[in-house]
Design a protein around this ligand. Structure first.
Ligand SMILES: Nc1nc2c(ncn2[C@@H]2O[C@H](COP(=O)(O)OP(=O)(O)OP(=O)(O)O)[C@@H](O)[C@H]2O)c(=O)[nH]1
Length: 331
């Protein structure tokens, strides 16, 4: 693994007991590893860093030290932090590139964050577009288009906030957005069910273009159709992250320990984390990559090229008008 510090570590298969599910790795890839680019966006304190470490099953980033009370209230500008981790998922090597966005949503006005993220996503498309147009392509070109954006929703129990709606609406045409409820163990199971319903109602009402698991028309096998229906019903995923590992009957288990009980991160009855992990790194990695290439990028490319053509046509028209007015003046 190469983390933010650039250190190399070994790629090892997961030691945690994940539920075995059907349809694994419909998308087989080269031995070199399948690159997968994921962006994590959410306000501070929602568990982004913990999620990142839980997903990668190692400490990629240490949680922010916010113990200095004098500094804690100061909102720092949003940054893009890159971490590359090699994973062995079910025998397949994945080169997971994580783009973390600490500082998102921490200010009073978050317009700059939206714009920065949009520009970041579009810059990656522009790089691919420029590479496609080169006469001699660079064989080492690194495609950094973001395949999935995991958006952390605050577990308020109410409904989506303005920042969530604005953020997802603006970026839904540029990236596959997967909404998740961060720190979801702060809601009871019943509160969670209601909160999920309210969020999905908002998503429908405000026509927020989040990633949707295909509903069957293009899928030919029944197992996939069923699995996708189940995943659609689960959205948004309720995630719990933690870095504490205990030993249960000789097996490591990730848990959040409370005086009243234990939340097991990889237990489907306690959180949707394991399911989401499987979607990202296994069953839907191909769909997410394909949609990025075939739909999202294609749309951007068309917009960009037709925008350029329109801009060129406008410039040419303006030049013609100017030229003819010169001719008229001269006459
Ligand atoms: N209850 C609960 N607490 C969590 C969970 N995940 C993380 N936390 C705790 O929430 C606090 C913030 O977690 P971080 O992972 O640092 O959150 P972050 O979103 O990365 O925040 P910044 O580092 O400030 O950007 C820590 O005390 C974590 O232990 C979770 O799933 N449930």
């Amino acid at each position: 693994m190469k983390d933010g510090s650039g250190e190399d570590q070994n790629v090892a298969p997961s030691v945690y007991s994940h539920v075995s599910r059907p349809g694994s790795h419909r998308y087989k890839n080269a031995k070199k590893g399948l690159p997968f680019n994921v962006m994590l966006v959410g306000e501070s304190g929602l568990g982004r860093t913990t999620f990142l470490n839980t997903l990668c099953e190692r400490t990629v980033v240490s949680s922010n030290d916010k113990t200095n009370a004098e500094q804690a209230h100061i909102a720092e500008p949003m940054q893009f932090k890159h971490h590359t981790v090699e994973m062995d998922e079910d025998g397949m090597k994945i080169i997971l590139n994580i783009i973390d966005t600490p500082g998102f949503g921490d200010g009073i006005d978050n317009e700059a964050c939206f714009t920065q993220i949009q520009e970041y996503l579009e810059t990656q498309f522009d790089e691919v577009l420029a590479e496609e147009n080169r006469i001699k392509r660079n064989p080492k070109f690194k495609d950094s288009r973001v395949h999935a954006l995991v958006y952390f929703i605050t577990p308020t129990g109410h409904s989506l906030r303005e920042i969530d709606i604005e953020m997802m609406k603006r970026l839904g045409s540029r990236v596959n957005i997967i909404p998740v409820i961060g720190r979801s163990d702060s809601l009871t199971p019943r509160e969670l069910v209601l909160f999920k319903q309210r969020i999905m109602n908002d998503i429908a009402q405000y026509e927020i273009p989040v990633f949707s698991f295909p509903d069957g028309e293009d899928e030919d096998d029944e197992e996939t159709v069923e699995e996708n229906a189940e995943l659609r019903a689960m959205m948004p995923f309720a995630v719990v992250g933690c870095e504490e590992v205990i030993n249960e009957d000789g097996r490591p288990m990730r848990v959040r320990n409370y005086p009243w009980g234990v939340v097991q991160v990889d237990n489907d009855e306690h959180s949707d984390f394991d399911r989401l992990r499987y979607v990202l790194l296994n069953s839907h990695i191909g769909d997410l990559r394909d949609r990025t290439q075939n739909e999202i990028y294609e749309l951007y490319r068309t917009e960009k090229l037709s925008g350029n053509t329109a801009a060129l046509a406008n410039a040419a028209n303006a030049a013609n008008v100017q030229q003819s007015s010169h001719i008229m003046t001269a006459a």
